[in-house]
Write a protein that binds this ligand. Structure first.
Ligand SMILES: C[S@@+](CC[C@H](N)C(=O)[O-])C[C@H]1O[C@@H](n2cnc3c(N)ncnc32)[C@H](O)[C@@H]1O
Length: 283
């Protein structure tokens, strides 16, 4: 397909990391086809051609493919994204793996459990867990009303509305509980590092989803301070954290009364070998 080759060459010349893949995904998106089918096309009609050139121009300006397409694959499903939500990251699948490991360890797969997701964004973490755990129900909290609209739409698309509740608030504000598990991927970038982030992140992810304060740990301090009150005895708090933050976050959890010494349940590494998630049990 000539148009795809031209688009891939433009992206490659601009230094994009995955030009062929980006050009193929965007072609499939504007044609409403799978990526494999789209490459079999011999030509585009005028509307498709215009839409494709627009999509490639947006990518050349630094917009991530997922934002142009309005969705991102996470775990087993596609999640709608919007300007108010973080673009879900593959690294965050580590939190899903660790949470499921804890649920299995606790023998909680057969009993009703409740999960609180603080800073839910698209809802990708909570909704993935509810999809994996038919015995669970959950609440997703966010400070952004627009992010919650996206999360609710994702819940509806996955037929999870009856088990997922989405609440506007500042972390635990207005919540009662107690919950069996609290999960969170809070903002964790140090404020001074934000200007150096890649354009895809700096310009397109909302600042409120990134900025973790002076040392990146503000949200962990706020959440660990109040988490015990909102957990059942023996409940778990599971965090995603940034590279190099795991020991600091575990210390915050330990200092607020969580048991964090289980080698297989308290730490999890992502596919790049970065210690990406930490967890502690209330006592
Ligand atoms: C790093 S994003 C995580 C989004 C999603 N959970 C994920 O993993 O893709 C952090 C989220 O926390 C939300 N947030 C930031 N400060 C908050 C606060 N004080 N209370 C509730 N949510 C907050 C942001 O709006 C954003 O959606």
């Amino acid at each position: 397909m000539e148009r795809w080759r031209e688009a891939a060459a433009r992206l490659r010349d601009a230094g994009m990391a995955t030009p062929g893949l980006d050009a193929r995904l965007l072609l499939a998106h504007v044609c409403g086809m799978s990526p494999g089918q789209a490459l079999l096309l011999t030509s585009l009609d005028a509307d498709q051609d215009t839409a494709y050139q627009n999509a490639i121009d947006r990518r050349l300006a630094g917009e991530p493919v997922s934002r142009i397409m309005g969705q991102r694959g996470f775990w087993k499903h596609d999640f709608g994204v919007s300007p108010a939500t973080l673009d879900p990251r593959a690294d965050s699948e580590t939190l899903i793996e660790l949470t499921l490991r804890i649920v299995t360890h606790q023998r909680w797969r057969e009993q009703p459990i409740s999960i609180l997701d603080l800073g839910t964004g698209t809802g990708c973490l909570l909704l993935t867990l509810l999809d994996e755990l038919p015995n669970a129900c959950g609440t997703g909290v966010d400070i952004s009303d627009q992010a919650l609209e996206t999360a609710r739409a994702n819940a509806a698309r996955l037929n999870l509305t009856s088990r997922a509740d989405f609440v506007l608030g500042n972390w635990f504000e207005g919540l009662s509980g107690p919950f069996d598990m609290i999960i969170s991927n809070p903002p964790y970038i140090a404020s001074s590092d934000i200007p150096q982030l890649m354009i895809e992140v700096r310009k397109y992810d909302p600042l409120v989803a990134l900025d973790g304060g002076t040392d990146g740990l503000d949200a962990y301090r706020q959440i660990t301070r109040d988490a015990q009150k909102h957990l059942v005895a023996g409940g778990w708090l599971v965090f995603e954290c940034g590279a190099g933050q795991s020991d600091d976050v575990l210390k915050l959890m330990h200092d607020t009364g969580f048991r964090t010494s289980d080698a297989t349940l308290s730490r999890a590494v992502d596919l790049a070998g970065v210690e990406r998630c930490v967890a502690g049990q209330s006592q």
